[in-house]
Design a protein around this ligand. Structure first.
Ligand code: EPU
Length: 421
């Protein structure tokens, strides 16, 4: 198993290229099941999660090939298999995104119900509620969700849950409704830019979707979808993570391709902390005042502060001059990084879904282990400024969502390397 070794203390300076958004690419790849012709996707990051999705699609009769300039060519060649097995779904939850497209195009889907997850309880009841509203029948058999419908009919539905809307739930219902008869209206739809990107992709293939980016999405069913060429949006979580890398090292980074308008809440918090964030010619520039102010942060659905940047921001707040409060409202158990940051000298107290962070003067390098993607990123960020050496084990978590993180950070001055075991 590979790990990262980091010697902290270097100021980061230079430019980092931001890749395509993992969480936009995954549902868009799944949606290719719907298309009659070849789809060309640009800016799809070559991450392990993307590879897992391509493996799943291959088993479902969807072929893909990357050409020399990185464009993915995707084409459906066989529509027989409709089964996403537990082996793949348990590796990557986003596998559930094939449910909507399979149901719409092949009239049935058999998808393993995802099990437990390192960031907490993650049900799929909202996805199923949407499919049933469109006329599908559902039953659970041998751990698999079996969904079928001879014909889907447009419907009005409310997709809000106890923790707000669902991102992949909205994606699944949109992809199920694009070929349904008549009009579907989703109230309390997720407004995340990744959902907008999916709707824009489907419209380019001939779908009739309106209201993406707002809580009410309208879908007028069409008979079929063709192919298209589409470029995936830049990854806002990767952008936010490198913003914090700049802030925590008192550095000066330009994040090329990063879109400030997708990160308004995070940028607002960073500015209150004392980080200087500005639009630059090619993306976003980030530098920081030496003193970091404490803040209160609550994660919320978009456009609120993203849960996917909570752990990384907490790493930064460990060094603020005073007490910060971080409340997690999307995944109330997403706090595995707390114990690891404490191993590095952080002073954090957790009370339920809230963490109180008492800023310390310095973090000290230590061997640490993360349980999920964003927590691993937080530990790497802490390692960049910690005194001495930090070893972040289980590099595979990072490889799910950050392409070549050690190369990107080393190129702007970090002392980080990947070590095989
Ligand atoms: N929820 C329900 N019922 C459902 C679905 C969700 O109650 O049927 C709850 C969840 O338990 C959670 C909240 O609703 O409390 C939001 O979950 P959501 O469904 O929006 O999450 P997701 O679609 O499974 C996506 C991202 C996550 C990101 C969340 C929240 C993808 C592939 N994944 O997950 O990304 O944290 O939205 O923004 O898009 C990551 O990239 O590290 C990651 C975990």
């Amino acid at each position: 198993m590979e790990h990262f070794e980091i010697s902290g203390g270097n100021r980061l300076k230079g430019k980092i290229d931001i890749g395509g958004a993992k969480n936009a690419a995954l549902p868009i790849l799944a949606a290719c099941i719907l298309c009659e012709d070849e789809v060309l996707l640009k800016n799809v990051p070559d991450l392990t999660d993307v590879r897992s999705m391509l493996t799943l699609l291959n088993r479902l009769g969807v072929q893909s090939e990357r050409d020399d300039d990185g464009t993915l060519h995707i084409r459906v060649v066989d529509e027989m298999n409709c089964h996403a097995e537990y082996e793949l779904v348990s590796k990557m939850r986003a596998s559930v995104c094939v449910m909507g497209p399979l149901l719409a195009k092949r009239k049935r889907a058999q998808v393993a119900m995802p099990g437990g997850c390192a960031i907490g309880y993650r049900p799929v009841n909202l996805h199923l509620r949407g499919f049933e509203a469109l006329g599908a029948e559902y039953e659970l058999s041998g751990g698999d969700m079996m969904i079928r419908a001879k014909k889907l009919k447009g419907a009005e539905m409310f997709l809000g849950g106890a923790f707000g809307p669902s991102v992949t739930g909205t994606a699944n219902v949109i992809t199920a409704a694009v070929l349904a008869e008549g009009r579907t209206v989703i109230e309390s739809a997720a407004c995340e830019p990744e959902v907008t990107d999916l709707a824009d992709f489907l419209n380019a293939c001939g779908a009739r979707i309106n209201g993406q980016g707002t809580p009410r999405i309208t879908i007028d069913g069409v008979a079929s979808l063709k192919g298209c060429t589409h470029e995936i949006i830049p990854d806002r979580v990767e952008t936010g993570t490198y913003m914090i890398a700049s802030a925590i090292t008192n550095g000066e980074l330009e994040l090329v391709g990063g879109r400030l308008e997708h990160l308004i809440a995070a940028v607002d918090s960073l500015r209150r902390i004392g980080v200087i964030v500005e639009r630059s010619e090619k993306g976003i520039s980030v530098s920081s005042a030496r003193r970091l102010e404490p803040v209160e942060i609550t994660t919320q659905p978009y456009p609120g502060f993203p849960t996917d940047l909570q752990a990384q921001t907490m790493a930064l707040l460990c060094l603020a001059d005073g007490n910060s409060v971080v409340t997690e409202k999307i995944y109330t158990d997403r706090f595995h990084h707390v114990a690891e940051l404490k191993r590095m000298g952080a002073n954090i107290r957790r009370e339920g879904g809230t963490a109180i962070i008492h800023g310390v003067k310095k973090l000290i390098g230590a061997p640490v282990m993360a349980s999920d993607l964003r927590a691993s990123a937080a530990l790497i960020l802490a390692g960049l400024i910690a005194k001495g050496q930090t070893r972040v084990s289980r590099a595979y978590h990072i490889d799910r969502g950050y392409l070549n993180i050690e190369e990107k950070l080393a190129a702007v001055g970090a002392d980080i390397r990947r070590v095989g075991e």
